[in-house]
Ligand binder design. Structure first.
Ligand code: SAM
Ligand code: MG
Length: 214
């Protein structure tokens, strides 16, 4: 029978993590990816930066672009206050199916709405479909050439308010040069780089945190 990396990652969660315990789910995935098979999760090192940004903002509405197996989804959702919502977008149905099970194993399905489809199609429908006014935090971690067009689309659709935070992964590796150039030179953002390493490696990578000024 065929087995894919996301399926093997899910098996590791179901074997090694405790149901309803998000920390154990995060740990099971990190152990699997560090010791068995690398995978494109934000990972434990950059994950600590992500955690501190989420905790600092204490967001009521979060958008994640790029769910993959739900690793960062679990990381973010476990830190959200009661009644907060995380919408996460994934256009690969096989990844989405795995992520639903990972999120459920962590016991976080009440806080998370996993939406299947392409960011460019869903961002313009966020307000009418999900009753969103604006997002307090957006985690950008989908294909790297989509960071800039989707940021402009979120601006146009009125999904950002003064103080909304964009947190972008992989700005160095694989890199998002057009996005970085835009976000660092635009007077509408206050932007800062957090140096770290590509998930499960020693290669430099980092997160860019950009506050929308309105
Ligand atoms: N955020 C995840 C984590 O840290 O655990 C990792 C996400 S992975 C790096 C990127 C994911 O984005 C892939 O699963 C890919 O299928 C998805 N993706 C890429 N472009 C997309 C788009 N335009 N709309 C929706 N999903 C997209
Ligand atoms: Mg990433």
């Amino acid at each position: 029978t065929q087995s894919t990396r996301p399926q093997r990652l899910l098996n590791a969660v179901q074997k090694n993590a405790t149901r309803g315990d998000p920390r154990s789910v995060v740990k099971a995935i990190d152990d699997f990816c560090r010791h068995k098979e690398w995978a494109m999760n934000v990972g434990d090192e950059k994950g600590c930066i992500l955690d501190s940004v989420v905790s600092e903002i204490n967001p009521a509405a979060v958008l994640e672009l790029g769910t993959y197996c739900g690793y960062s989804t679990v990381r973010i959702a476990r830190l959200l206050p009661p009644h907060a919502k995380l919408i996460t977008l994934e256009f690969n149905p096989d990844f989405a199916a795995i992520a639903r099970q990972v999120i459920a194993w962590a016991g976080l399905e009440e806080k998370v709405q996993l939406v299947e489809g392409a960011s460019g199609d869903w961002i313009p429908k966020m307000k009418e479909q999900f009753g969103i006014t604006t997002f307090d935090l957006v985690f950008l971690d989908h294909w790297k050439d989509r960071y800039l067009p989707d940021t402009k689309l979120m601006e146009e659709c009125g999904l950002l308010r003064k103080g909304s935070v964009l947190l972008a992964d992989n700005v160095i590796c694989p890199g998002t040069p057009d996005y970085l150039e835009y976000i660092r030179s635009s007077p509408r953002y206050e932007s800062r780089y957090f140096k770290s390493h590509l998930e499960y490696t020693k290669v430099e990578d980092g997160l860019e945190k950009s506050v929308f000024k309105g």
